[in-house]
Ligand binder design. Structure first.
Ligand code: C2O
Length: 502
């Protein structure tokens, strides 16, 4: 195993990824799109961040990494750290013990859609599927806004938008462009690591005249499963193997198409699609994609994990989250779990764990607006989420994957524990899962990773409107691991931002 060190200076640079509007975006070392980080399972990763944005604080989250023993390196501000204010530096340092497809992004309110998002790949010398492909290629899909997030957020959460209509993206991108050609050799087998790094829109993804074989979701190897089209919510990752044709007679399009059901209104002239090309012969034309009249994506609930981990068949601790969108007294629209909208605490929740001794197991020490749940160590935890909203929501849990034991159709209403379809014997696991409109999901995981972990909708608008819960997992074990061990620069970040760590 190696130590991989990166120096990241975060600053504004100029870009025009859809060819329609030049704007400032958040780059690293003067570049945007951001670098893909390639590490190997077992590596130690050190990332020195210097914030040269001038006008915004920042942080980095490594989406999907368990951060076992290093919850203070997880990245969400006011949860596991204070924000890195302009002009200051901060080092992330952790060991990666899980293979798969991940990504990194800012975890400061609303920031990553302005550009601070990149792929994070953990290579596996023992990949069980390594004989199934010859080469791998990363494809990041995303949505793109011409306006800056702070401006969009100000009008999104305001009395002028009482219905909470989310800003609609201006375009879709693949690898942060609308002009991507992938050179293909006949007969070769490609593993595409597909990541949705968008703010809002899930994308339907398909390759014309080529079948995909799904082999990984969110870092979990699956038994290979054929799919013609997949539905990738924001923050999800899917690895698919595509076998090239044996001749070079034609080139083929692949498409990402934003799910317009998410949009309250579809603006005139919006192109919901981004097209890339599998180029077998660059002297031949690139085809115009065929129109399709219905979207019938593969159902990820049918996936079987390669390790066939069994369903946790008893539950020690249940968390029920009833979510809805509603107005508060200021006339703006917010999101709620159990009638409570999340408000960032002044002191990062992790530091409250570290400063409250045996009281850390008492949920009340975490304030009244963090939607907090305290878990004992090593229990089977079940999250029942009831979506009392007509929208689709991709939910993400930090620090874990969960077994997806149940997912209802649209309009099923609240989960009924006495009347549901049989749970799968070997449920698929992932870290980000779609909940259908007015539907429900049931997730299970083991609380074997002491830390402070967010559970939230990954639509960045809904993060801002408070659709967040805080899981405080085994707080006394966190104290044992981390008391007296929080690095100096973390304490510095709080002082600089005038937050007392206590
Ligand atoms: Cu990509 Cu809080 O997560």
């Amino acid at each position: 195993c190696a130590t991989k060190t990166y120096d990241f200076e975060v600053s504004w640079v100029s870009a025009n990824p859809d060819g329609l509007q030049e704007r400032s975006v958040i780059g690293i070392n003067g570049q945007w799109p951001l670098p893909t980080l390639n590490v190997t399972k077992g590596d130690q990763v050190v990332i020195n961040v210097k914030n040269s944005l001038g006008n915004e604080s920042t942080s980095l989250h490594f989406h999907g990494l368990y951060q076992n023993g290093t919850t203070h390196m997880d990245g969400p501000t006011q949860v596991t750290q204070c924000a890195i204010i302009p002009g200051s530096s901060f080092t992330y340092n952790f060991t990666v013990d899980q293979p798969g497809t991940y990504w990194y992004h800012s975890h400061v309110r609303g920031q990553y859609p302005d550009g601070l998002r990149g792929a994070f790949i953990v290579h596996d010398p023992e990949d069980p599927h390594k004989d199934l492909y010859d080469e791998e290629i990363v494809l990041t899909f995303s949505d793109w806004y011409h306006d800056h997030m702070p401006d969009l957020l100000a009008s999104f959460i305001s009395i002028a938008n009482p219905s909470g209509a989310e800003p609609v993206p201006d375009s879709a991108l693949v690898n942060e462009t609308q002009n991507l050609s992938v050179k293909i050799e006949p007969g070769r087998r490609y593993k595409f690591r597909i990541i949705n790094m968008g703010a809002f829109a899930a994308q339907y993804v398909w390759f014309e005249d080529h079948t995909m074989q799904v082999v990984e979701v969110d870092g979990i190897y699956t038994e290979p499963a054929d799919a013609e089209m997949i539905y990738v919510t924001v923050a999800q990752r899917w690895s698919v193997i595509v076998t090239a044709k044996n001749d070079t007679n034609a080139n083929f399009a692949f498409i990402g198409s934003m799910d317009q059901d998410l949009f309250d209104t579809v603006p005139d002239g919006l192109n919901p699609n981004v097209t890339g090309w599998l180029v077998y012969d660059d002297t031949k034309e690139k085809p115009v994609p065929k129109e399709i009249d219905s979207f019938e994506p593969f159902d990820d609930f049918s996936l079987v994990p390669q390790d066939k981990e069994k369903l946790y068949d008893h539950v020690d601790h249940q968390i029920q989250l009833d979510m809805k969108m509603d107005n508060l007294d200021d006339g703006a629209n917010y999101a709620f779990f159990n009638d409570q909208t999340y408000v960032s605490p002044k002191v990062p929740t992790l530091y409250t764990v570290l400063s409250t001794g045996s009281n850390a197991t008492n949920p009340e020490v975490y304030g009244s607006h963090t939607n907090q749940f305290v878990l004992d160590h090593n229990q089977v935890v079940e999250i029942v989420l009831n979506n009392d909203d007509p929208g689709k929501h991709p939910f993400h849990l930090h620090g874990h994957v969960f077994q997806v034991v149940h997912r209802s159709d649209d309009d099923a209403g609240f989960y009924d524990a006495s009347n549901h379809s049989a749970f799968p014997e070997t449920p698929m696991r992932r870290d980000t899962i779609l909940v259908r409109p007015n539907g429900n999901i049931v997730l299970r995981f083991r609380s074997d990773n002491p830390g402070v972990w967010l559970f939230h909708c990954h639509i960045e608008w809904h993060v801002a409107s408070g659709l967040i819960a805080t899981i405080i997992e085994a707080p006394l074990d966190i104290q044992k691991q981390l008391s007296g061990k929080i690095p100096q620069d973390h304490q510095q970040a709080c002082k600089a931002g005038n937050v007392m760590m206590e």
